[in-house]
Design a protein around this ligand. Structure first.
Ligand SMILES: [Zn+2]
Length: 244
C-alpha cells in the first residue's frame, strides 16, 4: 500500500463496508466506490475473498431481528469461534468481530455494517443451530397466538410433529418440532414476501437425524406480508413447504 494518509483513511473506511458490499446492502454509489477500491487494494481483495462465500450463504438474511436474541447459550462464544475459524484466518480477527458486534448492537443501527457483518450473521446462525439442537420441550405460552401450519414434506425421512406461525410486532416466526433432518446437513428456512414474490431468509439450522428438534425460525417479514413458508436443503431442494 502506498503511504498516503488520504489513501489509508479511504482504505479503512471502505474496508468497513466490505461486509455490506458482499451482502449487497450498499447503495449503488457507495458500492461502486468499494468495487473501485478493491480493484486496487490487495488487502481488501483478500478480505473480500474471505467474506464472499459467507455472503452467498446468507443472501437475504435480515439482521434486524438478531438484535433481540432470547438467551444465547453460554458457550456461544466458543461456537462462534469454531464456526468462524474456517472462514477467517485468525483468532484475533474473530475476537475483533465479536467486539464489533457488541458495538454494533449498542448502536442498534443497520448503517455501517462492517467487515465483521458476515461473521456476525454466522454467529446468529450458530445461535439458531443451538436452538435447533435443543430437545427441551417448549413451554406453552398461552398468550401467544399460534397459527398451526400443515407443512408438505418433500423427504420421506422428515416427520413434523408440530408446526405453526407466531406473529410478532417485529415479524413472523415459524415454530416447528420434527425429526429426520439429515444429521449434520444444513437447512435454510424462508418466508415468501407476498408483495415482491421473493423468498426472504428466516434462518438456518443443522439436522439432528432421528433426534427430535425444536426450531424457531424468525423473519422480519410481518405475518400479513408472508404468503408461504419454505425449508430447503443445502442443494436448494424444497423439503418443507406450506401456503400460509
Ligand atoms: Zn483497502
Amino acid at each position: 500500500m502506498n503511504g498516503s494518509i488520504g489513501r489509508n483513511a479511504e482504505h479503512r473506511r471502505l474496508r468497513e463496508l466490505l461486509g455490506s458490499h458482499a451482502l449487497g446492502h450498499l447503495p449503488p454509489a457507495e458500492d461502486a466506490r468499494v468495487r473501485a477500491h478493491v480493484d486496487g487494494c490487495a488487502a481488501c481483495r483478500a478480505d473480500l475473498a474471505e467474506i464472499e462465500p459467507l455472503a452467498g450463504l446468507l443472501a437475504g438474511v435480515d439482521v434486524r431481528h438478531f438484535d433481540e436474541p432470547a438467551s444465547p447459550p453460554s458457550d456461544l462464544g466458543a461456537l462462534i469461534r469454531a464456526q468462524v475459524a474456517d472462514e477467517r484466518s485468525s483468532q484475533e480477527d474473530d475476537d475483533l468481530a465479536l467486539r464489533r458486534e457488541h458495538r454494533r448492537r449498542r448502536a442498534s443501527t443497520r448503517a455501517g455494517l462492517g467487515i465483521a457483518a458476515a461473521a456476525v450473521v454466522v454467529a446468529a446462525l450458530v445461535g439458531g443451530i443451538a436452538v435447533g439442537r435443543s430437545t427441551v420441550p417448549e413451554v406453552a405460552a398461552p398468550v401467544i397466538p399460534f397459527e398451526p401450519v400443515a407443512l408438505t414434506v418433500g423427504s420421506e425421512a422428515i416427520e413434523i410433529e408440530t408446526a405453526g406461525l407466531v406473529p410478532h410486532t417485529w415479524g413472523v416466526e415459524l415454530r416447528m418440532t420434527g425429526s429426520g433432518f439429515t444429521q449434520g446437513a444444513r437447512f435454510k428456512a424462508y418466508f415468501r414476501n407476498s408483495r415482491t414474490g421473493r423468498l426472504q431468509t428466516a434462518g438456518a439450522f443443522v439436522g439432528t437425524g432421528s433426534d427430535s428438534m425444536v426450531c424457531n425460525l424468525q423473519s422480519a417479514l410481518m405475518r400479513n406480508e408472508a404468503s408461504e413458508v419454505v425449508v430447503k436443503d443445502a442443494s436448494g431442494a424444497v423439503v418443507l413447504a406450506a401456503n400460509i
